[in-house]
Ligand binder design. Structure first.
Ligand SMILES: Nc1ncnc2c1ncn2[C@@H]1O[C@H](COP(=O)(O)OP(=O)(O)O)[C@@H](O)[C@H]1O
Ligand SMILES: [Mg+2]
Length: 268
């Protein structure tokens, strides 16, 4: 079970997460939806420990990440959580199997002689065969996502965090990835959090959906509840409307930058 309580995170003077409370029960898939730049990736990075919380706590199976100290503690924690990066983040110079097994040397004490076999097993779980020796540049977008997914499950994690698993893929490949997520949930009995704005994916794989908006979670519900939500923010997002309470800005608004710019304009 993943539990977040009062999570706050800022970058400089920009408050990204403003008090997030969340529980993800064991075995369930939680989907986080929300506009670009709302802090969805930041939240996942807080869970995996790539970003530090300013306030609040996150614990996984009762172990609070703020209390992990030694490198060993961290490695033990990290090997239980697979992470699918938003950008895929495969190493171009490494072969597919080297990419898949990359984390094992840091996270486990599995002997390197077994890496290739483990990589092949994980690749098979995501429906890829005979690709071990290819380089990422030789793969299609959908295959890259699957390789990244094979890497996320390499250390047999109990949890998987997916950051926009279908972004950049065509609708059919997106559906293939959705099925794969359901399959992994069943076969490996994993608990997952996935960040996406692909509502088809969200409705298909979620047990619960939450929407992140302005640093807080709005409206938690099952897919059915979210589909029929009358929260105007949720409605605008899931219906994909440009008109509504959410105002899209053409660029990220930075109050300090804005003030500076106005100052500059006044002077000149
Ligand atoms: N390491 C960082 N340093 C400074 N600002 C960051 C950093 N990471 C993300 N941000 C900013 O925080 C905001 C939220 O980013 P992110 O979590 O990536 O949003 P999302 O995944 O919802 O699109 C964005 O405005 C982004 O520019
Ligand atoms: Mg993101």
């Amino acid at each position: 079970m993943i539990e977040a309580k009062g999570v706050r995170k800022s970058y400089g003077h920009r408050h990204i997460l403003k008090g997030i409370d969340l529980t993800v029960e064991t075995g369930e898939t939680l989907i986080i939806i929300g506009g670009s730049g709302m802090g969805k990736s930041t939240f996942l990075k807080c869970v995996i420990g790539l970003a530090r919380l300013d306030q609040g706590s996150i614990s996984v199976d009762g172990i609070e990440i703020g209390r992990l100290e030694s490198e060993q503690d961290w490695a033990r924690y990290r090997r239980r959580i697979g992470y699918l990066f938003q950008e895929g983040a495969l190493f171009d110079s490494l072969s597919v199997w080297e990419n898949v097994s990359f984390g094992l040397r840091y996270l486990t004490d599995i002997p390197p002689s077994r890496y290739r076999k483990i990589a092949s097993e994980k690749l098979e779980l995501v429906g890829l065969k005979d690709v071990e020796d290819l380089k990422p540049s030789e793969l299609s977008g959908g295959m890259k996502k699957r390789v990244a997914l094979a890497r996320a499950i390499a250390s047999d994690p109990s949890y998987i965090l997916y950051d926009e698993p279908t972004t950049g893929l065509d609708p059919i490949m997106s559906d293939v990835i959705s099925d794969l997520m359901l399959d992994l949930q069943k076969k490996l009995n994993v608990t997952s959090i996935a960040v996406t704005h692909d509502m088809k994916l969200a409705y298909k794989v979620a047990n619960h959906i939450v929407m992140l908006h302005e640093g807080k979670f709005l409206a938690v519900g099952t897919p059915e509840q979210i589909k029929s939500s009358d929260n105007p923010y949720v409605r605008q997002f899931i219906d994909g409307k440009s008109v509504g309470p959410i105002h899209m800005k053409l660029r990220d608004f930075d109050p300090a930058e804005e003030a500076e710019e106005q100052g500059r304009l006044r002077v000149s």
